[in-house]
Design a protein around this ligand. Sequence first.
Ligand code: EPU
Length: 420
Amino acid sequence: MAKYVISEGVPLRGSVRVDGAKNAVLPIIAASLLSESKSIIEEVPDLNDVRIMCDLLRCLGTDVQKQSDPTTISFETKEITNSTAPYELVNKLRASFLVMGPMLARTGYVRVALPGGCPIGSRPVDLHLKGFSALGAEITQGHGYIEARKNKKLVGNKIYLDFPSVGATENIMMAAVMAEGQTIIENAANEPEIVDLASYLNEMGAIVVGAGTDTIRIEGVTSMKGCTHTVIPDRIEAGTFMIAAAITNGEVRIENVVPDHLKPVVAKLKETGLEISEELSAITVKSIGGLKPIDVKTLPYPGFPTDMQAQVTSMLSCIPGTSMVIETIFENRFMHISELKRMGANIKIDGRTAVIEGKPCLTGACVKATDLRAGAALVLAGLAAEGATEISEIQHIDRGYSGFAEKLKSLGAKITRVED
Ligand code: EPU
């Protein structure tokens, strides 16, 4: 297993370009199953999760082709040749459950392995299934698989989500685009990734309005076509580099961002005293030290993203004074904290609240990435620590950050990837 070795912390300086958004491209790839024609997706990040999603589509009958520009991939599903998303793939990538909606819409039958729990929480799929049932699908479960089947047709309906789940909103949108009549999703998630999926679906011929608000209306169409779509920039990768600049007392210009998507992150980081300036598609973060502690609570968009919670916790561990972080989205997303403590952080956890007594500096240590964002948080801590840090199990980080070490090195970080 590969690891990262950071020999010492230094201020990061320079500019870095972020890739297309992982959490936007995964549902978009799944949505390609809705049409027989070819779709071309641009700004696809080079990530393990994307490779698994491509493997899953191949297994269902899609011709997946990399174009001359490696960030452009075409998807063409002339025919669905297999209705089962197998456990081996769903187990590796929970987002593969997102093929359920488009498969149901396209062929009327799909069988998907039930995704298990995952390190950050139990992550049930009840809201996805509630939506499919409301559209008239019959859902059965057994032997570790969920089957969804439409009797004659799917029919639009009003669906209220008990929680604005990102995945459920996406899956139901994809199932509903070819249902008869109108579907209304209430208390829908309004993350930028939902808006990007809606744009893609509309480019494919769907009629989806209201994405980005909590009420999404979908007027069913009879067929979908191929199109060319460019994926939005990854706001979490951008936010991670913002913290890399802050935690190292550096100055970094982050390019290919939509500043509006980072509003909650910018607002909270400014509260610490960081200098942040925004351009049309870039953000510059500058720290001259003397930052102040803050309180952060994760919430559905436009609240502070849970996918930035671990990274901000690393940063607050290095700001003297008392900060508080409350995680409201996932029940078990504090696993980075025991590793941060190995680096000298002083953090107490009480349920979903972490109370951080920040110190001027953490100390390098051997630590382990337990999931994607926890891993990113440990890299950030290592970039600011005194002495060397070794981060193992970095396959988790590879799921969501492409060329992470190279990008950090280009900003001056003393980081090396060591393949065991
Ligand atoms: N939930 C239910 N029932 C459901 C669906 C969700 O109770 O049917 C609960 C979950 O257990 C969780 C909460 O609702 O407590 C939020 O889950 P949500 O469905 O919104 O998350 P997701 O779609 O599974 C996506 C991202 C996550 C990100 C969350 C929240 C993708 C592929 N994944 O997951 O990204 O944390 O939204 O914003 O889009 C990451 O990138 O590191 C990551 C984990």
